[in-house]
Design a protein around this ligand. Sequence first.
Ligand SMILES: NC(=O)C1=CN([C@@H]2O[C@H](COP(=O)(O)OP(=O)(O)OC[C@H]3O[C@@H](n4cnc5c(N)ncnc54)[C@H](OP(=O)(O)O)[C@@H]3O)[C@@H](O)[C@H]2O)[C@@H](O)CC1
Ligand SMILES: Nc1ncnc2c1ncn2[C@@H]1O[C@H](COP(=O)(O)OP(=O)(O)O)[C@@H](O)[C@H]1O
Ligand SMILES: [K+]
Length: 510
Amino acid sequence: MQHITRLNPHTLPLHGVAASRNLEQQAAALLPAHTLMQRAGLSVARLALAMAPHARTIWIACGPGNNGGDGFEAAVHLHQWGKTVHLTWTGLGPTQAALPPDARAARDKALAAGVPMVNEPPAQFDLCIDALLGLGGRLDASRAGNALMLDWLARMQASGAPRLSVDLPTGLDADTGVASDLIAACAVSTGATAHFTLSLLSLKPGLFTAQGRDHAGQVWFDDLGAGALLGEAVGSSANAWLLGADQGGTVSKLTQAHASHKGSFGDVAVLGGESTATSHMAGAALLAARAALHAGAGRVYVALLGSPAVSVDLLQPELMFRNIAAVDLAHSVVVCGCGGGTLVAGVLPKVLQEAPRLLLDADALNAIAQDAAVQTLLTERHVRGWATVLTPHPLEAARLLGTSAASVQAQRLGSAQTLAERFACVVVLKGSGSIIAAPGLVPRINPTGNALLATAGTGDVLAGMVGAAIARGQSAHAAACSAVYAHGQVADVWAEQRGERALTASGMWG
Ligand SMILES: NC(=O)C1=CN([C@@H]2O[C@H](COP(=O)(O)OP(=O)(O)OC[C@H]3O[C@@H](n4cnc5c(N)ncnc54)[C@H](OP(=O)(O)O)[C@@H]3O)[C@@H](O)[C@H]2O)[C@@H](O)CC1
Ligand SMILES: Nc1ncnc2c1ncn2[C@@H]1O[C@H](COP(=O)(O)OP(=O)(O)O)[C@@H](O)[C@H]1O
Ligand SMILES: [K+]
């Protein structure tokens, strides 16, 4: 069993519903009947004991399928270890669902062991286990038995007792991380220690993106021996990968040759920060430029759009200000769009045709969404072997896809991959569990970061960090992975060291 933290050393494979079922079938075929569920139940019981070693009364709520079966298996162990276990099962009611064979065997074993099956949850309990629905479940208020499940989930939430969700929190979609509206009240706050999810056989992408992190709490993983049984089939059937330090780490400047000079670390040029009579967005460009500098770029240039009132950054005098005509687009990594306003549309065709290494953010993405000719210039870059990274937040992604932010959020992995394929670019779809997608590659999900980042300007900082990573020699995809990971880590370290104190974009370094 493994605790999945934000600092996993290795990038881990994630499997959605279909891929998980496939692995389950392959593993089950190599094992005696019921073995996987027996392993799952033992694992649940062990984690329950570790979570709440002094718990005396444990309530296990079992549902109509194999998720419930895992609960029955766990009940047997916890009962034998001297705990007072109360089992409730949705099948006891008038619906009397027929259990699948594994779960039926587990239920019969629990009854034979003398675990009491009760109609009502205990009035008081020290730990509760949600074994209602897993991979095959979808909460639906109109279905028989769901009112009961919702009542039980509400009681678990209201109790404040530690909760262990088996495989998935009931109501969370394993593929997308979308939580049913019916469990909106069951989210845990970031950093809560009293809510655990034990993912079984495979890790599910939905635990790590969209609303997944809010509902899963601390994620643990037991592959039930599938890795040893199936070997490479596990990685090759992954629907996504959870970034670990091996792909998220940055290269230290001190590991470079002593004879390095500023040119060795590459140039970044930030184009954006529109100034008009009524609006001044230079700050966005300065944030990206400063972030690039602090992320290790050798030299950073800033070209502001419109009628800029600044030609020096007094807090970061290392930044060099240029007119856009004086920027060496061919030899710099160009970060274009931060605070770019409407004027950025005017420079986009030139940038797309002259900058071989380019990151497009914010208003540059909005301008692309509105102009089919510019979209063609964007996709043509790939033919030339040029590197392009797009860093949309969900609304910007929606504009590029001609859809709504809600539909992007409903399919974060799919939306990021569609954008990557359509524009032949690396795409970072930002937000909780940022997705990094590239044509022909399995998408990555970033495990770092928290809601402290939900403040203006942190996206500009990310753009600068990705630009710097490319300037220092990483491929567009590797740079996006490492910078997104490092950006989130800043917020995680901040939360550990300073708790709730607000993090500002310009406070992300130093
Ligand atoms: N087999 C094994 O060896 C292993 C299994 N494992 C465990 O099995 C879990 C997957 O089991 P599962 O496929 O049975 O799905 P599960 O989520 O329990 O429920 C599906 C059942 O509920 C029903 N149902 C669905 N929605 C409903 C609703 N709203 N209201 C009422 N009913 C609803 C649905 O009926 P249907 O919708 O098809 O009519 C079906 O009968 C997995 O998450 C893991 O915990 C692992 O430990 C590995 C080893
Ligand atoms: N709740 C959150 N959890 C993790 N990361 C977040 C969260 N909210 C925002 N972020 C991150 O903060 C950054 C915000 O970027 P963006 O929305 O472009 O803001 P802005 O344009 O104001 O800079 C992105 O990297 C995003 O992934
Ligand atoms: K569950």
